[in-house]
Design a protein around this ligand. Structure first.
Ligand code: PAF
Length: 315
């Protein structure tokens, strides 16, 4: 069956329920069926394809949303130039096996203009990415909350939504929102997809020149350095990873931090001396030419080394 593209909330609700109901009762009883949602802003690449594939293998019906959400852009020029490639996006989603695309207009999502009532991403939403993009996470959570509500099929079935681990802070905030506000949906984080040389895929990479793209590799390089040291239970020595990034003149580092993966509180400034144990998350953001890039990597002490389930702390 070919993919269906809908533009209104009413069409989305009708189509998702119909697709779930069409499944044969003998093959899978209604109570065991599940629906997967993949929220995106379009300009899809292999990273999004992997989100969609994860959804398709785990759910009988999968919908992807494509909506460039004005609320999460502080800079109108950034919103204006965000790539819009609906036809190519639909083709990619169809190939992966997504049944339904929800591509609403701004007026469909915000019929009364900017919404009066919005979600607040709290103290975590003001740090790291939020510090340089004020209001970004409030806007992202507000649209994710709306999408989770409008896409939820109103029949009894499982409900999951898929988010990339590349936007680690967004994923942590969505998980908190869903837990704090009791959304009846399971949030699934899908690993970052990288080019062969390590650069994390991003819709913004297309704006990099050849030299800038090459320079940007220092970000994943620095994260890899930290993750290798962590795996060997060596001290992380964050300063040397910062120095590596700063040695690249085309890259303007915003932050490189090691965080508690759940709360995102910083674990350490440097830790040149303390052997790494347990687990943490290294996050980086930098400006490279015209774009701001972010990336992150899990830090995990290797098996057989001083481990413990505790989150790592610099003592
Ligand atoms: O990660 C994104 O592409 C967006 O922030 C999201 C989750 C689709 C909300 O607009």
């Amino acid at each position: 069956m070919s993919i269906q593209v809908v533009h209104t909330i009413a069409e989305l609700r009708e189509a998702s329920v119909r697709l779930l109901e069409e499944l044969e009762e003998e093959v899978l009883p209604a109570a065991k069926r599940s629906f997967g949602l993949v929220p995106t802003m379009g300009a899809l690449h292999e990273g999004h394809a992997s989100l969609a594939r994860a959804a398709v293998v785990a759910n009988q019906v999968v919908a992807a949303s494509i909506f460039v959400n004005p609320l999460q852009f502080g800079d109108p020029a950034d919103l204006e130039r965000y790539p819009r490639t609906l036809d190519a996006d639909v083709a990619l989603l169809e190939e992966v096996g997504v049944a339904l695309v929800f591509a609403p207009s701004v007026a469909e999502m915000y019929p009364a203009g900017d919404p009066l009532i919005r979600l607040s991403s709290g103290a975590l939403g003001g740090r790291l990415e939020g510090a340089s993009r004020p209001g970004h996470f409030d806007g992202a959570l507000t649209v994710v909350a709306k999408l989770l509500h409008v896409a939820q099929p109103v029949i009894h079935s499982g409900y999951r939504a898929y988010f990339g681990q590349k936007d680690a802070q967004q994923l942590a905030l969505v998980r908190r929102m869903v837990a704090d506000l009791n959304f009846p949906v399971e949030i699934v984080g899908v690993p970052t997809v990288r080019d062969a040389d390590g650069l994390a895929l991003s819709s913004r990479n297309r704006f990099l020149s050849v030299a800038e793209r090459e320079a940007a590799l220092v970000l994943s390089g620095a994260l890899r350095l930290l993750s290798e040291r962590a795996a060997r239970s060596e001290p992380l020595d964050l300063e040397s990873a910062v120095a590596l990034i700063r040695s690249e003149p085309l890259v303007e580092l915003d932050y490189l931090e090691v965080l508690d993966p759940e709360t995102f509180s910083p674990r350490a400034e440097n830790c040149a001396e303390t052997p790494f144990t347990g687990q943490a998350l290294a996050v980086v953001a930098a400006r490279v030419g015209p774009v701001r890039l972010i990336d992150n990597m899990e830090l995990l002490a290797g098996p057989g080394l001083p481990d413990g389930s505790d989150v790592w702390q610099c003592r």
